[in-house]
Write a new protein. Structure first.
Length: 252
C-alpha cells in the first residue's frame, strides 16, 4: 500500500461497517442545531476572509483573482479542513460518502452554507467589498454538460487532494505538502475563463440568490453547472477511492 495505511484516514482502510460512526445512529435536534450553527459561523468567516482578500489584492495590486477564489481560498480551506471545518458542500458530501457525517448533517450543512453565501453576499454588496463580489460565469457558447463535467473534475481533485493526497504528502514530503496546496489555486486559474470556477455548490447558490447583477448566470445554470457538477465530482472520486481502499484492506 506504499505506506499509505499509516497516513490515510483509518476509516478508509476499515471494513464497510465501520464507515458509519456509532454516534450517527442517534441524531438529535440539539446535535443538528449545534452542527448547523457551527457550519454557518465557519462558512461566513471563510467567505468573508476570501472576499476581503480578493478585494485587497484587486484594489492594491490590480490583480483580480478568479471568482472561485472566494469559495475555495486554498490555504485557508486546507487549514480549516485540518481542524475539522469544511465550509464547502462538496467536501461535506465526501465526508458523508465516507460515513463521517450522516445525511441529516449533510442537509443541515447545505442549508447553513446557502444561508452563509446569501448573508455574506448581501452584506458585502453594501460595503467596499462589493468590488470583489462576483458570481462564477460560464464562457459564452460553452455547453452546460461540458461545463458541469469540468466543475466535477475540478471538485473531484479538490476532494482527493484534501482527503487523500495531502495527508500522504504531510507524512512523506512535508515541504512538498505546503507548496502542493498551490495546485488548488491552479484549479481556480484553470477554470477562470471556463466556469468561473465555483467548486462550492451551496455557497455559490446562496450568493446568486442575493446578487444584484448576476451577469450571464441564471438559476438553471447555477443549479446544473455549479451545484450539481461539484457534487457529482465529489461523490464519484470518494466512492472510487473508498472502494479501492476497502479492497486493499480486505487483501491484508
Amino acid at each position: 500500500t506504499w505506506g499509505l495505511k499509516q497516513v490515510w484516514p483509518k476509516a478508509v482502510f476499515a471494513p464497510v461497517s465501520s464507515y458509519v460512526p456509532a454516534s450517527s445512529a442517534i441524531v438529535t435536534m440539539d446535535n443538528l442545531l449545534r452542527h448547523g450553527s457551527r457550519e454557518l459561523v465557519t462558512t461566513c468567516a471563510f467567505l468573508g476572509i476570501g472576499l476581503a482578500t480578493r478585494a485587497g489584492v484587486g484594489m492594491w495590486l490590480k490583480i483580480w483573482l478568479p471568482a472561485g477564489f472566494i469559495f475555495t481560498f486554498p490555504p485557508l480551506l486546507s487549514a480549516m479542513a485540518e481542524h475539522g471545518h469544511f465550509p464547502n458542500l462538496a467536501l461535506r458530501l465526501g465526508q458523508c460518502v465516507l460515513g463521517k457525517i450522516g445525511a441529516a448533517e449533510l442537509l443541515v450543512s447545505c442549508a447553513a452554507q446557502v444561508l452563509a453565501g446569501a448573508c455574506i453576499g448581501e452584506l458585502a454588496q453594501m460595503t467596499v467589498l462589493r468590488v470583489a463580489v462576483e458570481l462564477p460565469q460560464l464562457r459564452e457558447g460553452l455547453p452546460w454538460i461540458v461545463a458541469m463535467l469540468f466543475e466535477a473534475c475540478l471538485s473531484a481533485y479538490m476532494v482527493a487532494f484534501l482527503f487523500y493526497i495531502k495527508p500522504w504528502l504531510v507524512a512523506h514530503h512535508p515541504r512538498s505538502a505546503r507548496t502542493a496546496i498551490a495546485s488548488l489555486l491552479g484549479c481556480n486559474m484553470l477554470g477562470k475563463r471556463i466556469t468561473g470556477p465555483g467548486m462550492s455548490p451551496a455557497c455559490v447558490l446562496g450568493l446568486y440568490l442575493v446578487m444584484i447583477d448576476p451577469g450571464r448566470s441564471t438559476l438553471a445554470s447555477i443549479l446544473v453547472v455549479h451545484f450539481l457538477g461539484p457534487l457529482l465530482g465529489a461523490a464519484a472520486v470518494t466512492i472510487v477511492l473508498r472502494s479501492r481502499s476497502k479492497a486493499t484492506a480486505k487483501n491484508e
